[in-house]
Design a protein around this ligand. Sequence first.
Ligand code: 8YV
Length: 323
Amino acid sequence: MKPHVFIDRTIPDEVKTYLIEHCTLDLWEEEDTIPRDQLYKRLNTADGYITSGRRIDAALLAEAPKLKGVSTITVGYNHFDIEAMKERGVLGTHTPEVLDETVADLVFSLMLGSARRVAELDQYIRAGQWKRSDGENLYGVDVHHAKLGIIGMGRIGESVARRAIFGFEMEVQYHNRSRKIEAEQKYGVTYAELDELLAHNDFVVMLTPLTDATKGMIGKRELGLMKSSAIFINVSRGATIDEAALIDALREGSIGGAGLDVFLQEPLPKDHPLLALPNVLLLPHIGSATVKTRDEMAMVAARNLVAVLQGKQPRYLVPEFAI
Ligand code: 8YV
């Protein structure tokens, strides 16, 4: 008998076709996130689950007695309670690599968009405020030849560094758990301690995964080290920074601006204080969101899960599950 798989979001037809060859499928294709009671009901008979961010914890696992694998269509897997999953013998897989270049493009969208105030000035025109040809009130800051600090030098960090160095002739520092000697030699990036990186650079890009070690890594003290003209970009997870401290820094002008793709609470509530700040560019967590990349991620996730359900080694098992 084919294993049974529940998927809590829409997936491309090609991925459905692939999955149907190997599994029976149950799909949630509504626009709204599946409510918890309905999710638990659907997981009751599932051997596998494909999601892109649902928290997998002991409470959920208790409702999914047959579950063998959870495949997330994301590279980040901070929504996996690894201990709870291990205890139940449920494996987790994710989708690294395939999204690296796409997320790096988004980092640059945020850098360029914040530096040249793209969204703000679009609003300025639409509001009928463009009354004379030019004025200092429209000026921004340069990205080319500026200094860039990357916190979290994984594959996406390297893709960002390559764009910065070869495309924009920027000077690039990075901070990471471990030195990346190969990247240093290949691209000419230099390692810096966190405080030095924060104080030195015009743009600081946060790319670390969210773990116990990186939670709240950038707080009031760290923001206080940045130049008053510097722009802070977060494309990791909202919880890697102290959002309240960032809002204070933006309000007080102790940093120049921010470009954010991730937040503590997503979707961002309508009355969120960030919405009232002109010096922040906001995006709705779309780091990997191009049609091509998302389609490829869904296929990678499907292949990962089928491998788990067939007792084979999946291409992208979350490292914590490796024996
Ligand atoms: C998001 C991401 O998944 O893969 C990740 O970890 O953060 C992104 O690809 C996506 O943008 C929305 O969930």
